[in-house]
Design a protein around this ligand. Sequence first.
Ligand SMILES: *[C@@H]1O[C@H](CO)[C@@H](O)[C@H](O)[C@H]1NC(C)=O
Ligand SMILES: *[C@@H]1O[C@H](CO)[C@@H](O)[C@H](O)[C@H]1NC(C)=O
Ligand SMILES: *[C@@H]1O[C@H](CO)[C@@H](O)[C@H](O)[C@H]1NC(C)=O
Ligand SMILES: *[C@@H]1O[C@H](CO)[C@@H](O)[C@H](O)[C@H]1NC(C)=O
Ligand SMILES: *[C@@H]1O[C@H](CO)[C@@H](O)[C@H](O)[C@H]1NC(C)=O
Ligand SMILES: *[C@@H]1O[C@H](CO)[C@@H](O)[C@H](O)[C@H]1NC(C)=O
Ligand SMILES: *[C@@H]1O[C@H](CO)[C@@H](O)[C@H](O)[C@H]1NC(C)=O
Ligand SMILES: *[C@@H]1O[C@H](CO)[C@@H](O)[C@H](O)[C@H]1NC(C)=O
Ligand SMILES: *[C@@H]1O[C@H](CO)[C@@H](O)[C@H](O)[C@H]1NC(C)=O
Ligand SMILES: *[C@@H]1O[C@H](CO)[C@@H](O)[C@H](O)[C@H]1NC(C)=O
Ligand SMILES: *[C@@H]1O[C@H](CO)[C@@H](O)[C@H](O)[C@H]1NC(C)=O
Length: 456
Amino acid sequence: MTMEMLNHLIFAFLCLAALAVLVQSQSQSGFISIDCGLSETSWYTDKRTGINYTSDATFTDAGVSYNISREFNGDAALEQRFLNVRSFPEGKRNCYTLKPARGNIKFLIRASFMYANYDDQGNLPSFYLFLGAQLWDSVDFKDASTIVTKEIIHMPQTNYVYVCLVNTSSGTPFMSSLELRPLLNSTYPTQSGSLLLYLRLDVGSTTNETIRYNDDVYDRVWSPYNRPEWTPISTSLSVDTTGNQVQAPSAVMKTAVIPANGSNSLTLNWETSDNTSQYYVYLYFAELQLDQVNNQTRQQYIYTNGKLWYDGPFLPNYLAAATLYSTTPVTELQFSINKTEESPLPPILNALEIYKVKEFTQLLTNQQDGDAIMNIKTNYGVKRSSWQGDPCAPKVLLWQGLNCSYDDYNAARIISLNLTGNKLKGSVPIGLIERRDSGFLTLRFAYSPKFLIHIL
Ligand SMILES: *[C@@H]1O[C@H](CO)[C@@H](O)[C@H](O)[C@H]1NC(C)=O
Ligand SMILES: *[C@@H]1O[C@H](CO)[C@@H](O)[C@H](O)[C@H]1NC(C)=O
Ligand SMILES: *[C@@H]1O[C@H](CO)[C@@H](O)[C@H](O)[C@H]1NC(C)=O
Ligand SMILES: *[C@@H]1O[C@H](CO)[C@@H](O)[C@H](O)[C@H]1NC(C)=O
Ligand SMILES: *[C@@H]1O[C@H](CO)[C@@H](O)[C@H](O)[C@H]1NC(C)=O
Ligand SMILES: *[C@@H]1O[C@H](CO)[C@@H](O)[C@H](O)[C@H]1NC(C)=O
Ligand SMILES: *[C@@H]1O[C@H](CO)[C@@H](O)[C@H](O)[C@H]1NC(C)=O
Ligand SMILES: *[C@@H]1O[C@H](CO)[C@@H](O)[C@H](O)[C@H]1NC(C)=O
Ligand SMILES: *[C@@H]1O[C@H](CO)[C@@H](O)[C@H](O)[C@H]1NC(C)=O
Ligand SMILES: *[C@@H]1O[C@H](CO)[C@@H](O)[C@H](O)[C@H]1NC(C)=O
Ligand SMILES: *[C@@H]1O[C@H](CO)[C@@H](O)[C@H](O)[C@H]1NC(C)=O
């Protein structure tokens, strides 16, 4: 790794304790926690996490609720949000429209799926998950009881976040749960693109359980992880995590691994899907053992592909968390943590995260045109199966009756709307009507250019 690259490495160590405290006190504020298929107006507080899950009725106007098959709902460990699903037998694309609270611009978005034979068909479906107007990932199942989770860190282009399921003619799309969590803008920076979760590991965990809210204020889900060649170590004391913003929670930092053979290093290797994929890696460290004889700190070098990734020996602080990450993406996932010659103790690792870069380049509909058409949809109760998600984008899933103009650099604009044959409920606010011709109404919206609406 070049010096230049090293300069891009950030040792996030500055004291931002005040910010961290602020996040802590806003627990669950800005969270959107949806249990898909839960009966309308219902909500509950999840027993384990204390998170309030609500029905999805106000987030989508399509689909059918189902309970999962009885053979799958007896497992006491199964979270309540998996007991029912919403299934979308009609329409090519069906969407959830999330409207995050103002003031946040970066979010963790997590969609979860468990088939559990809810439709008694015994056929595992496969479909696409879209974010905005673009493919996020495909959803495939290995069996009926496996939970599939897709998670992304994303800054939406508009005030709405559309999470859509697209029918690929391989079964009916469905969803079990959808969660949105606001993040600080300064966390998880990228040069460009959003971040698909690849791995998030609570290394050296002493339990067999995931850690999430409310240990983790962002509700990231940390999975226990160990390897035979590693020895877990832990402390009962808590680890100070206020030192940086991308902090892992104390519960995660309290456990770590060292090599089983103290003279070895910790090596981390993951296959990459291809040599063009880009990744961001976050390594989390805190010293958990005091070397009382020598009163010396552990010292380690971190290499990637044999080259130094972090410039100079890194010394974890006793019971204080630090995060090492690069602000430029890597293309290979090969890391090695070696102790220095002077280090009295072997290398340590407390947690790690790996994200894969995903670019969302598809432009959405102009925000004001989108707001206007949303108003028409809700005020006049327009029910059309294609009226889901972004109105103009992608072009192939354009709302029926709509015409849009596209260019390469700007959001799509709505040119006209044809509502012929649609029995409109409600009435057009008189102030909006600019011109009446036989069969046509030209409406004027506060912000948008004129739409031509055909209603007869
Ligand atoms: C969950 O919902 C209940 C009822 O609305 C409310 O009293 C409680 O404060 C909520 N909990 C959180 C953490 O928002
Ligand atoms: C699903 O189960 C719940 C609780 O057991 C029940 O109240 C509800 O009626 C069921 N819904 C359907 C669609 O069967
Ligand atoms: C969705 O897929 C199912 C199963 O492949 C198919 O029967 C159905 O016609 C599709 N619906 C739409 C609207 O494409
Ligand atoms: C968010 O962070 C990016 C760079 O990290 C910065 O360019 C942008 O201005 C920030 N936005 C807000 C609203 O703070
Ligand atoms: C941890 O949980 C997994 C899946 O539930 C199980 O297969 C495994 O045996 C458990 N391990 C321990 C140490 O309890
Ligand atoms: C530990 O590793 C060193 C160097 O790889 C090796 O020489 C030594 O035999 C190993 N010790 C044990 C107990 O495996
Ligand atoms: C660090 O450890 C790895 C794995 O044991 C080893 O291959 C590598 O040579 C070591 N690097 C240095 C500079 O000692
Ligand atoms: C990436 O992989 C392709 C095909 O496997 C190969 O032709 C190409 O040389 C590789 N590029 C780099 C930079 O390694
Ligand atoms: C250990 O070293 C630190 C500074 O490196 C020093 O402040 C502290 O007093 C030492 N503790 C003991 C028990 O020697
Ligand atoms: C959409 O608008 C363009 C440009 O005005 C026009 O050429 C096209 O025929 C329109 N398409 C439909 C389906 O109305
Ligand atoms: C509006 O849509 C209807 C039905 O889809 C179609 O018959 C009619 O030609 C359309 N009108 C215009 C002006 O595009």
